[in-house]
Design a protein. Sequence first.
Length: 400
Amino acid sequence: MVPVSYPDALRLLLATVSPVGIENVTIRKALNRITAAPVMAPQALPNSRRSAVDGYALGDLNRHRWHLVGSRAAGELATEALAGDEALAVMTGGGVPENATAVVRVEGSHQQGTLLEVVGTVPPGENINEPASELAAGEPLLGTGYRVDAVRHSALCYAGVTCIEIYRPLRVGVMLSGPELLPPGSTPRPGASYECHRALLQPVLEQLGCQCTFIGPVADQPQIIRDSVEHLAVDHDLIVTSGGVSMGKYDFVRPLLHQQEFDTVLDRTRIKPGSPLLAAKRGEQLFVAMPGYPAAFLVNLLVYLIPVVKRMSGWKEAGPLWQETVVSAPLRGRAGRSDMVRVKLREGRAEPLGDQLTSHYAGFLQADGLACLDETRTEVAVGESVAVCWFNAFLNEGGA
């Protein structure tokens, strides 16, 4: 297979997968899950006539004094009608009689014993929340494919939703390979590198609501890699590996996938860094082999894997959210590929980092996002704009 452009590769990957199964859960368990069906209002809001303020519900407005005949606290209904010369003290959220014409604020009135006087005039209907004035029963609250974040979760609780259909969590199995990789925090060894893929991938996947299993780092031996992949394939929807996917002596993943009856979907893309990406399917199971270089791994995670995870998890919008941003220094790329340039945000503009080498990763400590120079663009001059996806936007609801 020939390498595929970034836009075509993303479209191909997203078209290859679909959301996993659906389950019905109580609203308390819906936080940070993805809706699998529209959520409808189970009742009208408010479901009774209520006061919007602390004040007095008035009978007839064509008078100056009223007799106080009781009070209603928040949540208490007012079932008895008022006579024209009667008023009812009501707290915010308290019931308002059906024939009350308005509610006057406490600060707009004067009370002497059981007599009430109003300062100025009160418009009809003032400070009364009528039934269904906010929501009608059956009105749509939230569509399919939206994350039930803390704000949405609280609003659904407020509306009285008790159960909700959501997509079940995506099960992701990850195999890390490379005997040269040391655990973070261990003693340095000449020729070895520290394993950092899990430190990146696990929190990202968990933030997206996935259930994760990690294996490795495993040795670069065909049988070990084959057994690890088959072990993960037993009960995971998506299998992700790092390393072993380039063209070197110890890159065994590509031939092993063919032996294990995976059908190749994508084999290399025209981006830098991170061209050696491999995707394959077996039934509904997707396998994604990511390059081992940390910078290449991160770029593929951001521009390909996160959108795939979102689509399989049921997000309505899966692709990265690219924003046109003016640059403060020149950006350079190469025709025929999409260059993913590390940039930082400075005074509202994108500034490229000085170090863009694929083999270097520490510079991402200063990076805020990626700028994309497409295959037709070799340079971006100062003052021109370029598509940028900021790191804090990759995990949010975004583009195509």
